[in-house]
Unconditional design. Structure first.
Lengths: 140, 140
DNA sequence: ATATACCCGACTAAAATAGTCAAGTATTAC
DNA sequence: GTAATACTTGACTATTTTAGTCGGGTATAT
């Protein structure tokens, strides 16, 4: 079970942004420098965050991205969904009657993995961006 | 976050075994057929389970593998560890002072991912093989 | 003897990941 | 009005990981 960089960077970048005044556009270049994340990779990530209405963009000089909501109201689960990073613990298709390995019934471990799936998603449901900021120094 | 087949099959195979009398060797061929898992892949997995003292082997005709302990005393976390499948949520090296991206301090999201790591491992710590068997039909 | 079933290291095809690249467009500052 | 900044978009690619396979064993029961 590994967390990929796309999700990790998305949260990291948004956490970086949320340390600034809410209507102040933050440029990807700055985030890239502060957090040591590739600028081109960030661009890719932010297009998805924009499409999913987590941020909005301001073009041109002194432009950048702006959070669309208060950090308190941005759940990690939304961020993950925005960058298409799903939790996948079962081996079968979730909505299908079929099991993994092409069988017509769910396997003996299916329920366990399903439970794990819910358990992990629960973590992301119950965390928001502002949870990342409490008791933290501004170390950028 | 995806669960790989190695862990999934390891648990599945052991759950299969634990439905049989404790000292009755179960052959990988049978597990392979019942659970539709490649026999050669299972062999690879069971060598590790054996090295980690979760099962022991009985060679020769009518041989197979036998659980070394009661299913109640085999935690999922042990199984995962045996097949080298770790949870990895942080981007940095856990024991190092350094952060991800080669910085000398931990990043702004480090604590979050560390918390997630503990949270997920907790699930595996609190589940054992026998938990998979309650209220289940023998559908093999 | 022979069949069964574990043992072990090395190998490989395919998929996923972690980015990069090229060629834009919109906005602001001067 | 032109230069500079910064977002936009789709395609492309190297690397790594995954999910196995393969070949050639050894031990044991019948
Ligand atoms: S994981 Fe769903 S059927 Fe096996
Ligand atoms: S995840 Fe540990 S420093 Fe970033």
């Amino acid at each position: 079970m590994k967390l990929n960089t796309k999700s990790r960077y998305a949260v990291m970048a948004l956490a970086d942004m949320s340390k600034f005044p809410i209507n102040n556009p933050v440029s990807l270049r700055d985030i890239s420098l502060r957090q040591s994340i590739s600028l081109l990779y960030l661009e890719q990530i932010f297009l998805k965050l924009k499409k999913n209405e987590i941020v909005k963009s301001v073009r041109g000089t002194n432009g950048g991205y702006v959070l669309r909501r208060d950090p308190k109201n941005i759940k990690l689960s939304e961020i993950f969904q925005a960058v298409d990073q799903k939790v996948k613990t079962v081996g079968c298709k979730k909505d299908s009657k079929k099991g993994c390995n092409g069988k017509s019934v769910k396997c003996i471990t299916h329920e366990l993995w399903d439970e794990l799936d819910i358990y992990i998603n629960n973590f992301f449901e119950n965390k928001n961006l502002s949870d990342l900021l409490v008791n933290k120094e501004r170390n950028y």
